[in-house]
Design a protein around this ligand. Structure first.
Ligand code: SF4
Length: 495
């Protein structure tokens, strides 16, 4: 429920004539590491009915780990996880979201079809065909769906593998011309709704009214999938943002969303207008180079008490190799501009395990944090409190649709060593707090991000009673076929 994309698709479905969309969530038992022998069927929130009474089960998948939950939910609902084992009377099983858009192949044997890119201009066409051809055999309906640009029907494609098991290519085997699989995008954000639909306290971020102010990102960091998956960069107009923000319930904050939010040309004006209307607001993260004096002033009274910066690396030299152009001097200036009370926390994100990383690069992370801490102490030398630095360390995962999509991933054991090294150094800084990714999960995400449809077998084995993802991996022999630690040459195909 904390995901705005999920809520926007919920609203979109319900705005289509003849369509009624309800919500269902995976239970805690279905999401636990090891599958319980008996799972309670997921129940639809609005109707209390089982999932199987619906025509379509649509999954919103935005993180690699979500993929493993699809066969688990299907099994709990009483449906066979394999598409080929479900019949014409069973609901359609479809998916969309970032994970599916960047690489739908891991779920190829499970889904009937998926939607690539943004749903706004695509779902009305899909629903039109599904409702007009309701009751027809699925294979006949799929022929019509294939004509909608952005609809991917895995069973119409045949993968081919090299003798060593590596993925070689994928071939269209359907009838008629090959479908148009280009990712769909909405040209203007002002033409579509972009704020929280369901205001509920039962969510990860309670009392936060989300407003999408931009999509995509005008920058091009080489490890990042946002420009490739959400591009081109688009932003909502000032009036549209303020209108969407006006719907905030009393006592709630507005969350201004968008990976490239800091690049919105009217961001400072938006902040000043919200302040004028006495509406508290926050951001997901800000590009340090865009934190001007004007913006820092505009967020002082009603803005966030936590600001997030993402330098990713500790040195300018290292950052340059990542395509990230922000300098340490600019980061320190940004800290100086926002680092006074009432600001409480400066969150700083770093990434380790990047290609070509050296010990010097890892040491530079602590150096930069120390400089930030010194700067905070200096500017607050007459104050009793100073904002705290909270460091988040993530592990690099080569993502499909990012410039580093073919880069090798650091082995789990090496990642653990690097992490321990960085943490041991960060501990020397007195007031600093840190959190870090679990290297084991990053290793798993590395397989999911670039894997092909042989992964479906892994998911299905992991969804069996008493199994967890490690059992599933062993039983399906997946680990041998995917080697995320190897660089994928340009001559080799990606799924
Ligand atoms: S890491 Fe941030 S700034 Fe860089 S491309 Fe991605 S969203 Fe944009």
């Amino acid at each position: 429920m904390a995901n705005l994309g999920y809520q926007l698709v919920y609203r979109l479905f319900n705005s289509i004539p003849g369509v009624c969309c309800h919500r269902a969530f995976a239970s805690a038992a279905a999401l636990s590491d090891r599958m319980t022998p008996v799972l309670k069927p997921p129940v639809v929130l609005e109707s209390g009915e089982p999932l199987t009474t619906y025509d379509v089960i649509a999954f919103s998948l935005n993180y690699e780990n979500d993929l493993l939950n699809v066969p688990r939910m299907l099994r709990a609902a009483g449906l066979h996880p394999l598409q080929s084992r479900r019949g014409d009377r069973d609901p359609w099983v479809i998916a969309g979201g970032v994970s599916v858009t960047i690489n739908p192949e891991p779920l190829a044997d499970i889904l009937d079809f998926c939607v690539l890119g943004e749903a706004e201009h695509l779902l009305p066409d899909v629903c039109d065909i599904l409702s007009h051809l309701r009751g027809m055999p699925k294979h006949a309906v799929l022929q019509d769906l294939a004509g909608i640009p952005g609809v991917y029907i895995p069973q119409f494609y045949q993968p081919e593998y090299c003798s060593d098991g590596a993925f070689r290519s994928i071939r269209y085997i359907g009838s008629g011309p090959a479908p148009d699989l280009r990712r769909r995008i909405v040209p203007s954000l002002d033409a579509i709704p972009g704020s929280t639909v369901i205001h509920t306290p039962h969510t990860e971020f309670p009392k936060l009214h989300l407003v999408e102010i931009s999509r995509g990102c005008p920058r091009n960091c080489r490890f990042c999938l946002i420009p490739g998956c959400y591009g081109p960069y688009r932003y909502r107009s000032l009036d549209s943002v303020l209108n969407a923000a006006e719907a905030v319930p009393a006592g709630w904050r507005v969350g201004l969303l968008g990976a490239g939010a800091a690049d919105h040309p009217d961001l400072a004006t938006i902040c000043r207008e919200l302040t004028h209307r006495e509406i508290h607001f926050s951001f997901s993260s800000l590009h340090a180079g865009r934190i001007t004096h004007d913006l820092a002033d505009a967020i002082r009274d009603f803005g966030p008490r936590t600001v997030t910066l993402a330098p990713e690396a500790g040195s300018d030299r290292r950052r340059k190799t990542l395509g990230k152009t922000i300098l340490n001097s600019e980061l320190l200036e940004a800290v100086e501009r926002v680092g006074r009370p009432p600001m409480k926390i400066i969150k700083v994100y770093f990434m380790i395990g990047l290609p070509g990383e050296t010990e010097e690069d890892l040491l530079a992370i602590t150096d930069l944090c120390r400089h930030m801490e010194d700067r905070l102490r200096y500017i607050n030398r007459r104050s009793k409190t100073i904002p705290r630095i909270a460091v988040g360390i993530s592990c690099f995962v080569p993502k499909a649709m990012s410039p580093f999509e073919r880069a090798p991933q650091c082995a789990e054991k090496t990642l653990k060593q690097k992490l321990q090294f960085v943490i041991a150094n960060l501990r020397k800084i007195r007031e600093l707090r840190w959190t870090a990714d679990v290297p084991r999960w990053s290793a798993m995400q590395g397989i999911l991000a670039r894997g092909d449809r042989r992964l479906s077998q892994w998911f299905i084995e992991s969804a069996k009673p008493g199994a967890d993802w490690r059992d599933g991996m062993r039983r399906s022999a997946v680990s041998g076929a995917f080697q995320p630690e190897q660089k994928i040459p340009l001559s080799a195909a990606l799924p």
